[in-house]
Design a protein around this ligand. Sequence first.
Ligand code: UDX
Length: 437
Amino acid sequence: MRISVIGCGYLGAVHAACMAKLGHEVVGIDVDARKIEELSAARAPFYEPGLDVLLKEVQETGRLSFTTDVSAAEGSAVHFICVGTPQKKGENGADLTYVDAATTGLLPYLSAGDVVVGKSTVPVGTASRLAVLVQAEQPDAHLVWNPEFLREGHAVDDTLRPDRFVYGVSDGSEEHPAVSVLDEVYSTPLAAGTARIVADHPTAELVKAAANSFLATKISFINAMAEVCEATGADVTQLADAIGMDDRIGRKFLNAGIGFGGGCLPKDIRGFMARAGELGADQALTFLREVDAINMRRRTRVVELARDLCGGSLLGKRVTVLGAAFKPESDDVRDSPALSIAAQLQLQGAVVTVTDPKALSNAARRFPELQYEVDTSAAVLKADALLLLTEWQEYRDLDPYDLGSAVSSRRILDGRNVLDPAKWRAAGWIYRGLGRP
Ligand code: UDX
């Protein structure tokens, strides 16, 4: 099939490459000329495991091209909208400028039978509003909402082998003409057994908002338990292991630590609360305010613990932060708790060095006032305290004996609870975890 993908960021670039991998002829469109230049040269403009290799592989087949010219969408049967929906400045709601611009920019190039497929995370009600625009321009075109559930760091695999597809169509029915078109797009994963649910527009939009709210709630739940563990001397990692054995609860997303960040969970729960307020259903989601508050409290707590670890004052203390990305296997620093903690420590007088295998240039653009060092051994040299804030495998594997001779004081705060406290203590370190004795 001929497919256009509008928006080539973390979502769209991966989606375009994966659709070509599935055998389709794909054009990726973005207004950012630098991104298009990189992608055209088969280079990923951001770090995502496997994406570079996939781009090279599919570009050799001639099935994938990139352009800044939206008219290239003409002739495609399916048009995916993959642009960002960031949080509005100074407000909780989502900024739909890019979704609206992508859709209206596409309208002149639609033909009868085309299907416009929204993948971006949008406030409920957006799909029905955009469907009216599409139908006014091209009465025989359709608009589907098909939310994306990919996780950064696993984006290629999550796109090629998702756990489910949700198609939101205007009448919510299996017989809607867009359903068979999307079935053809996704024929390979569907044949491999991926489940699919056909729903109406608002249900499909809400599935995404609800899924991210649930994940955020799960993380804040365990972080709230970590606060109670800290007050009682209990161990939140053991608690999570024990409650996670109940398969109604499950162990995933019960890792207590510095909290969630990234370009999705924080802004999606805020956008969801804002939209519920507009709909007169704000009471239903007041608990998400608490989820957000628990999450933000983790960052303050880590700064307090770091101060304790440094003997009561951060002034002039050399602190090395291991990890800047919001999660491992990503270079994304949007709303990264690690970076926001690093900046707080600096504001409170510490001399902060941040290291990360992939995210340093993005971090330096956001917080130019921090000091960055790509080499871990150089970053930890003469440190008064280490803070492990993003659990990259190479930080999990650090050897406390080797590291002990490089630092000035053997003190470590494990913001992700991924190190073995007994091992670090045996090597002479003062070890502090979160919600652990
Ligand atoms: C998330 C959703 O998982 C995905 O389905 C959706 O499409 C987009 O948002 P992503 O932002 O890539 O994906 O990251 P995710 O793996 O969900 O992690 C989010 C944050 O939660 C990270 O900062 C991570 O470190 C944190 N986290 C996750 C925890 O603190 N504890 C956990 O147990 C799990």
